[in-house]
Design a protein around this ligand. Structure first.
Ligand code: NAD
Ligand code: TDX
Length: 333
């Protein structure tokens, strides 16, 4: 049995990854380390929670004593999903982004070095490359040019990961993925927020002109990519992960409105996000050529399937939104 330590496994992408491993790779055990912030929800893992190859430990990745104790128990691989992940929150207050995304990653790297971890994968983001104009795509050679406190904290973590490879020879990979969509995503992010609002006939707040562009990938394609990198990634390499699905935010919202049979009048153009990146687009040539991964899920089909999941799971949406509202009220008043 190979022992995987997953951080942030109660969140959106981490929980999908754990379910993917437990359901498809019987030669792996998974320890999920998550401190259950407002974004962590163990209900996301209900389908596998009693599997004997899965265990959960509530710990902060910044807690060096607990992290060292865990890694001393014969862990083979570490995949770091844990992060503060919402750009808007980083604009209001960046401190927790520095704690978790930078210092937390550093705590994991130190422990991974001490205990001779065989592979450390950092789950990063295309946002570290900054913003594109109308032309071009991000490649792994694109310069780091993060624009938000969130993306700056992720870029900082990437540089620490790189340094542990260069200085100590820690076997690392960094994956930089485009915007994920899928089930169980917190309704603070564009797609689930707009589905929930449209369902309840509430207004759909599009920032600025609504014409900013994101490049979308189904979370299940992302999870397969991470596993392929674990198996075949060359130490020290960065791999971009994407699926060539550029859409304006307005296009996305229009698709949601059509699927729910609602009218465009629900859309409200609101004040723009500060420092709002105009466009992301990512080339995945390197991971296709070196690792043999490519996306499989068609965007239009995937989006309809995902909208269907939220509509069938409105109780999950309502409960998650209730928790989110309570949390936001406590933090921001
Ligand atoms: P998420 O916010 O849904 O989940 C984050 C998880 O990390 C939560 O379970 C939370 O409880 C946990 N966590 C936060 N701080 C922690 C700490 N200090 N110690 C332990 N656990 C902690 O995020 P997500 O959307 O699933 O993103 C996962 C990773 O993927 C992040 O690193 C993010 O930067 C990256 N990423 C996300 C996207 C996207 O579209 N969502 C795209 C590319 C990369
Ligand atoms: O209410 C909204 N209205 C709106 O117009 C929200 C929440 C978002 N938007 C716009 C902003 C972006 O252009 O939609 C786009 C997507 O926004 P988010 O869902 O907040 O995602 P983004 O800022 O692109 O970042 C996401 O992708 C990269 C994840 O949250 C990050 O964790 C990941 O690294």
């Amino acid at each position: 049995m190979k022992k995987l330590l997953i951080t942030g496994g109660a969140g959106f992408i981490g929980s999908h990854f754990i379910k993917y491993i437990i359901d498809n790779h019987p030669d792996y055990t998974v320890i999920n380390v998550d401190n259950l912030t407002y974004a962590g929800n163990l209900d996301n893992l209900k389908s596998i929670e009693s599997n004997e190859r899965y265990s959960f430990i509530k710990t902060d990745i910044c807690d060096a004593i607990s992290i060292n104790e865990l890694m001393s128990q014969g862990i083979d691989y570490v995949i770091n999903f844990a992060a503060e992940s919402h750009v808007d929150r980083s604009i209001i207050d960046s401190s927790q982004f520095i704690n978790t995304n930078v210092l937390g990653t550093n705590t994991l790297l130190e422990a991974a070095k001490t205990y001779g971890i065989k592979k450390f994968i950092q789950i990063s983001t295309d946002e570290v490359y900054g913003s594109l104009g109308h032309e071009g795509v991000f490649t792994e050679e694109s310069p780091l040019a993060p624009n938000s406190p969130y993306s700056a904290s992720k870029a900082s973590a990437d540089l620490m990961v790189r340094s542990y490879y260069q200085t100590f020879g820690l076997p690392v990979n960094i994956t930089r993925c485009s915007n994920n969509y899928g089930s169980h995503q917190l309704p603070e992010k564009l797609i689930p927020l707009m589905i929930c609002n449209a369902y309840e006939d509430q207004s759909l707040p599009l920032y600025g002109t609504g014409l900013n562009i994101r490049d979308w990938i189904h979370v299940k394609d992302h999870c397969r990519a991470i596993f392929q990198v674990l198996c075949k990634g060359k130490n020290g390499e960065i791999y971009n992960v994407g699926a060539n699905n550029e859409r304006t935010n307005k296009d996305i919202v229009m698709s949601i409105l059509r699927a729910l049979n609602k009218t465009e009048s629900l859309i409200t153009l609101v004040e723009d996000r500060l420092g709002h990146d105009y466009r992301y687009a990512i080339s995945y040539d390197k991971i296709r050529e070196q690792v043999g991964w490519q996306p499989e899920i068609d965007f239009e089909e995937g989006l309809q399937e995902v909208i269907g999941w939220y509509l069938e799971n409105m109780e999950w949406c309502k409960e998650t939104r209730r928790r989110l509202k309570t949390y936001y009220k406590c933090i921001y008043g």
